[in-house]
Design a protein around this ligand. Structure first.
Ligand code: SAH
Ligand code: SF4
Ligand code: F3S
Length: 465
């Protein structure tokens, strides 16, 4: 896979040029940027690279858009609701731009990779200065330079084969939790999904680059590291020397230090015994598996192009629990896919009962322009879908409570991650369940041993031992 190092040095030249330019344009004492990322963790990881580039150019970060010289929204296109929020928030910037005409407004990310969206921005939001899609991200300094010096709006949404640009600066949001993309794009083309259309084809980062990045994070004190990809189990196929995801994970777990490694998302068609065995073999690999099944009905799974049967899924989940009795499984579900009938939905509920997920991400089907499912006939009224959706949430409460109740009296390792306003410490278990604790704020960012003393549906309470 080509590594665009030449491109990086070119971008560094633009970064240097921008340093003095932005100093002459700032409103306050220092140039400030306000950035906001929507969507999945992969997009969050992109946002950390955007912030890295902004930081190198010399921007500090503002808490509110009205204080910023540059406002950037890194957008998501996965559901209509996500897009509506972006259009709403961008519309609201019109007045701000009137008050502070020198503010640079930037839109990027998945939503912008779609031509019809860029066209709408071009026409209806003339105060937006720069629009770029996911493929142009490494060229952000160059595009910003063009906007500022050219005095014209810039739109850069061309598709590309999808190389990987290594070596971008990263301004991480957290001090002990980190995201590490191991691959980009997706080849699966589930019929409802826009991701392959806006993120391009699947491509994997070189294992040594990933291992070095994680080694660096562990040395810097990071404790909870999540490997990211739309289908991590398919990692490595595009490498000159192919390597399986299970093998990558095995090598990561050999890095010395006290840390947890997580990964998402696993696709049931590619998740295999080898991976489950590696997971079971190391205490560094968190016993948490995010394994979306989307629907309990084979009729719907086929229409979704998911390429597995629900029997296969149930078998996989059972195998995983057999190997790791303490494993927490989470999942994604879509309710109201075209032609879904009550009987299909009841099969989805049955999967909840069988697997006992710790928690779920649930969505009502949202037609995405350009995907096959958006063209399928869909006669089920939205009110009916909303009813089933509520039913699903209600059903899950019982199973989540079962999972948390099973932890009562257990001794667990917990990563303390924050403190609420009332002074209660919050943390996460290996299974990613929220736990509340009494203790000192100095524990934030460290592992503690805890005894679980109370269990509610979504949260447990414990005492530090
Ligand atoms: N690569 C991951 C999913 C990424 S998108 C995987 O294959 O599991 C995250 C979730 O959003 C999906 O799992 C799906 O449940 C949901 N989703 C994606 N497209 C959607 C759509 N058009 N309508 C409703 N939900 C959708
Ligand atoms: Fe979308 Fe399917 Fe790819 Fe996941 S695997 S990103 S749901 S196309
Ligand atoms: Fe992620 Fe949304 Fe893009 S879910 S890959 S940010 S469409």
């Amino acid at each position: 896979m080509p590594q665009n190092n030449i491109q990086i040095s070119e971008q560094q030249e633009y970064t240097e040029l921008l340093k003095s330019i932005i100093l002459s344009r700032k409103r306050g004492a220092v140039p400030l940027a306000y950035t906001h990322t929507y969507g999945c963790q992969g997009n969050v990881a992109d946002g950390e690279r955007i912030n890295g580039m902004l930081s190198e150019i010399g921007f500090g970060f503002a808490e509110r858009p009205e204080d910023a010289d540059l406002i950037l929204y890194n957008t998501c296109a996965v559901r209509e609701h996500a897009e509506d929020r972006v259009f709403g928030n961008v519309g609201a910037l019109k007045n701000l731009k009137r008050r502070f005409p020198s503010t640079i407004i930037v839109l990027c990310g998945c939503m912008m990779q779609q031509e019809h969206v860029a066209a709408r921005i071009q026409k209806s939001f003339p105060f937006v200065n720069l629009v770029f899609g996911t493929h142009a991200l490494p060229r952000f300094p160059e595009l910003l330079f063009k906007v500022i010096t050219g005095g014209r709006r810039v739109f850069e949404i061309a598709d590309s084969e999808g190389a990987i640009t290594e070596g971008l600066p990263i301004h991480r949001d957290g001090e002990f939790k980190a995201w590490v993309p191991i691959m980009y794009g997706c080849n699966n083309f589930c019929t409802y999904c826009i991701v392959p259309h806006v993120r391009g084809r699947e491509r994997s980062r070189e294992p040594q680059i990933i291992l070095d990045e994680i080694q660096g994070l562990v040395s810097a004190g990071y404790k909870d590291i999540t490997l990211l990809g739309q289908n991590v189990n398919s990692y490595g196929k595009t490498l000159a020397e192919p390597l399986s995801f299970a093998e990558l994970l095995r090598q990561i777990a050999l890095i010395e230090g006290d840390f947890w490694i997580r990964f998402m998302t696993s696709h049931p068609k590619d998740c295999n015994q080898e991976l489950l065995e590696v997971m079971a073999s190391s205490t560094k690999i968190a016993k948490h598996l995010h394994l979306p099944f989307q629907s309990g009905s084979n009729k719907i799974l086929t229409a979704m192009n998911r390429k597995y049967t629900i029997e296969h899924y149930l078998e996989l989940a059972a195998k995983a629990k057999e190997l790791m009795p303490e494993l927490c499984i989470t999942s994604d579900i879509i309710v109201g896919f075209p032609n879904e009938e009550r009987a299909d939905f009841l099969q989805t509920l049955e999967v909840l009962r069988r697997v006992e997920f710790a928690s779920l991400f649930t969505f009502i089907f949202s037609p995405r322009k350009g995907t096959p499912a958006a063209e399928m006939e869909d006669s089920l009224p939205h009110e009916e879908k909303a009813k089933w959706f509520a039913e699903l949430l209600k059903a899950q409460e019982e199973y989540s409570a079962k999972v948390t109740n099973r932890l009562l009296g257990k001794e667990l390792k917990v990563l303390v991650d924050s403190q609420s306003e009332s002074g209660i410490l919050k943390g996460r278990t290996e299974g990613n369940i929220i736990i509340e604790l009494e203790g000192d704020a100095s524990l934030i960012g460290s592992f503690v041993k805890v005894e679980v003393t109370q269990a509610k549906t979504w949260v447990i309470k414990g005492e530090i031992l």
